[in-house]
Design a protein around this ligand. Structure first.
Ligand SMILES: Nc1ncnc2c1ncn2[C@@H]1O[C@H](COP(=O)(O)OP(=O)(O)OP(=O)(O)O)[C@@H](O)[C@H]1O
Ligand SMILES: [Mg+2]
Length: 354
């Protein structure tokens, strides 16, 4: 007679239960799975973006036909720069970097689709081969790295505006959030949409969250997506038109294989005193300061502040002043008081003020 060991039976039941539920989770679409329920808000945004792109660029109508669901989802994250979009002159204190990006990235991208007109006839005759060999093309990848709040995302956006390119700002969580098997279709769609919209900048913020140095603990979906990504970057055509931009606070954590595909890398560090002055000027240039206070002095006492911190103290200062201004009786509304050191939260200044 077979004796049934109740402990073994329980163990067997637990193992069987785990296998069945894992299989269920892997195969059943999640409620926000793209195919069935491509979220209504994203769908509306995607349709809106397609309309806007076509308004500005009717010539793209052919390229935007028969989009698949994944491409539509990516199109929800496309930004088309307009006159109000961030430009290089909205960024201060990193002039050298912007100049280098202008020469090496913007000009070649702007010239995408043209016959490289900047080479005059004489140079074309002598060095035409450098055009054919692709030496004048924009690099495929640009990495911006450095501490938080230093203007990396801002710069990426401005690059798209300056070269009048579509800007796809995709987050790793969008790519990874979908259910099993969808991620790689979304990654493919990212590149096919970029191809349809050329010239186009694909911007991936916090790239370290995907391209951390490979480890054995990588989830299968993540490592598959990584290799897929790398091969799609390799497959980008050499005639330019698509630029990959990444930003990170932790360059040292990034996989070598990815870094190799980002030939242009710019470190954007915390601003020094001169750069802080430029950033402060950008925000409060025309606003009067109390006697004895100057932009130079504020810059001196904000060592270690990022561009974002500086913008924040300017915002606070201006808001303090405006709050009081609003409370003034209308007869005194012409008296806008100057900004004080205290408005900027600078209470440690030497005793220079009257
Ligand atoms: N150099 C700068 N000139 C003008 N504004 C700046 C500069 N740096 C930062 N800012 C301001 O700070 C905000 C935040 O900057 P941004 O998002 O580009 O930082 P980031 O480097 O991408 O930071 P993170 O690493 O946290 O993503 C910008 O929108 C801008 O308003
Ligand atoms: Mg950023």
């Amino acid at each position: 007679m077979i004796s049934i060991d109740s402990k073994k039976l329980t163990e067997f039941a637990i193992i069987a239960g785990t296998i069945v539920s894992t299989y269920y989770l892997m195969t059943m679409p999640s409620p926000d799975a793209i195919g069935a329920n491509f979220d209504k808000k994203a769908q509306a945004k995607s349709d809106h973006n397609v309309k806007r792109i076509l308004q500005d660029n009717p010539g793209l109508a052919k390229n935007l036909q028969s989009l698949n669901t994944y491409e539509k989802k990516i199109l929800a994250d496309v930004f088309i720069p307009n006159e109000k979009s961030t430009r290089f002159n909205d960024i201060a204190g990193i002039d050298d970097i912007l100049e280098d990006i202008y020469e090496n990235v913007i000009i070649p991208l702007q010239e995408y689709g043209t016959d490289k007109k900047h080479l005059n006839h004489d140079l074309q005759e002598r060095f035409g081969h450098i055009v054919e060999n692709g030496l004048l093309e924009a690099p495929k990848g640009v990495l911006l790295y450095g501490p938080p709040g230093t203007g990396k995302s801002l710069t990426a956006k401005a690059v798209a505006t300056e070269c009048n390119a579509a800007f796809i700002n995709i987050s790793i969580s969008t790519l990874l959030s979908s259910y099993y098997g969808e991620s790689s279709k979304l990654v493919k769609a990212l590149f096919t949409v970029a191809e349809r919209l050329k010239p186009c900048v694909i911007f991936i913020d916090e790239i370290d969250s995907l391209f951390k140095t490979r480890s054995n603990t990588d989830h299968e979906v993540t490592s598959k997506m990584k290799s897929e990504f790398l091969s799609l970057i390799d497959g980008l055509e050499t005639d330019g038109g698509i630029l990959m931009m990444g930003a990170t606070n932790r360059r040292t954590d990034i996989d070598e294989a990815f870094l190799r595909r980002m030939p242009k890398q710019y470190k954007i560090g915390l601003p020094d005193k001169e750069a802080r002055e430029k950033i402060l000027s950008l925000y409060i240039q025309n606003i009067p300061l109390e006697k004895g206070l100057s932009i130079e002095l504020i810059a001196e006492y904000t060592s270690g502040f990022s561009g974002s911190d500086l913008k924040e103290i300017c915002r606070n200062a201006v808001n303090n002043m405006i709050k009081e201004y609003r409370r003034l009786p209308s007869s005194q509304k012409h008296d806008v008081r100057p900004l004080t050191a205290q408005d900027f939260g600078l209470n440690n200044l030497p005793d220079f003020l009257d």
